[in-house]
Design a protein around this ligand. Sequence first.
Ligand code: DGJ
Length: 725
Amino acid sequence: MSVIYDSQTGQYSLHTKNYSYIMQEKRGFLLHLYWGKKIMGDCSYMYRMQLRAAFSPMMEDAEGPILDDAPMEYPCWGRADMRTPALEITNPDGSIIVDPRVVGRRIQKGKPQIKGLPAVYCENDSECETLVVELYDEVSNIAVELYYCVLEDYDIITRYAKIINKGVSTVHLDRAASAAVDFDNIKYDIISNFGTHARERHIERSALNHSRFVMSSRRGASSHVHNPFLIMTSKNADEESGEAYGFVLVYSGSFTAEVEGNQYDTARAVIGLNPESFGWELDPNEEFTTPECVMTYSAEGLDKLSNNFHKIFSNRLARGKYRDVRRPVLLNSWEACYFDFDSERLIKIGDACADLGVELMVIDDGWFGKRDDDKRSLGDWFINEKKLPGGIKRISDHLAAKGVKLGIWFEPEMISPDSELYKAHPDWCLHYANRPRSLGRYQCILDLTRQDVCDYIYESVAKILREGGISYVKWDFNRNWSEAGSAMLPANRQKEVDFRFYLGLYSILERLNQEFPDVLFESCSGGGGRFDAGLLYYMPQIWTSDNTDAIERLKIQYGSSLVYPLSCMSAHISAVPNHQTDHVTSFDTRFTVALTGSFGYELDPTKLCEEEQNKVKETANLYKKYGEVLLKGDYHRLRDPHAEDCSAWCTVSADKSVCIAGYVNTHVKLYPNNDRVTIRGLDENATYKEIFSGNTYTGQQLMNFGMHIYENLEYRSHLWIFERV
Ligand code: DGJ
């Protein structure tokens, strides 16, 4: 049993395979007692009753808990807890208090789905047990249900909250976080991420101190700048040891992930919708459900934490036909042609794909409307017959005869002012009537809070897919928000736009998933601007970054791997000099780096010399052979590119029979390189043969001594593939 409630003591215990999460009911408050290595039995002694604290107000009868210090499971604003809250409301009388107390609980098998939102699922009820703690505020008439879904074998607990208005007047939600956890000390490090376009998810580690640490987005997208995950670790934690706590929000819009170091040397983590760009009018009898937060704990360092997230996201968040199969080797036209293509050029590229063993060719931006540059036509999703006479079908038929599938790019949430759609519906984009409309990449964002707009988007994409011949869709999103008003919503609901937009997007994606189960969808937002667990529910892979440079990708992929699995990270070999950085790296280095995700090419195959063509054939075959290991294997970060002049990693199949390991030197060393890379996760009693050299090693040798690094020149790499003999 993974959920236990003891009515005698008021203790709630959630147990996964390796850890416990324990709560205690006291005077109607739901308090947090413990999150860490597994503990069974009565833990009520853990409750620490503080009797007095200067300046922190007491309960009315002075009998504790002191709210400003108590470890609250879902802290509410308005009474005496001055720390970061999870829930804030404005009552119809203008008061800003909400004080719900526990009134009941339900324990149920399985995992309820959240209506309209992406969430972790289970395939049968035995995979999950759910605790719902019911709270009620009799003055506000607000009910709060706290959901704790325990996926024991995955070492995962997911949380979300449902707020229900049981009163007769509308209540305004100012903040509704997905999860909060109070820690009883402040001695943690925070592992945070930051970035920008083409430099996503770089990692920083800092000590938590007595202040508020905030990572957030107000951009209407999870964003390049901060990704919606947060990791806290014990001071001594590294890849293989120490404690690590992880939170990932399953949402694609504005969010906040905060940790506050408090005056009494405790810490509070809160993650959820960003209250700065959120508000919700909750009418009588209506309910509001927050996005889900996925949490895990590891007593064995970051490696285990990451693998817990990888397994749940690739097995129980990603869905559909492609969840469990190796992804097709693809070639994308963007860096090959940009907007400069016609049918003849695409057919030549497609022919080369067939010759080289590429399985899917993707026509990126530029096939529709009058789209010869990025200034026009978004919204006009009809084929440019001038460029592509005979349409997409002519190309897909040609490719199909050669065994190559076809994919196509869309950016459906956008509208160019220079489009037929804008002429017909100038009010369809997000805007305020009395303000100018800022453009980003010459485009505005459609108002997905409107059903008519959602229907238009759905039909535009579906119409093209219904014509047949398309096996893959790249779904792009190339600007952040501004003047995000909706012409359809009344003044008091304008702050609902962010969340309603994503309800609209998720509903479109759900319909498309249902109607086109055989199409592989890949999410993209100028690379990794919406690289989040929300979109992973609808699209099992994501374009990791517009930066295709192998060296730059090391940090981006390292940071992404902290919580996201390789199966969702698209990584392509591009041409040199690299289009973003001008770096020249060898084909081998580019392959080593790209072999850590859903693999492909971002180059014009008709321009390759014979040697490069052979390399493409060889690398495509290697991915076909080992792609399944990358999809499902255990991933280990072996070297940190932020800390050293190199990066290294490996992926090991579940049965430990195959291991793919990579190393890249990022800085020239004018001296002999005495470095060695030790591999993790192998069977130490087995013997492995390295397939390129033919040399054999024992698992013990590889894990304890490792492999010599002879390379000391910049950007040189090693790729080893070990197979158990
Ligand atoms: C941004 C994407 O990240 C690129 O790969 C490409 O699809 C362009 N948009 C096309 O406009």
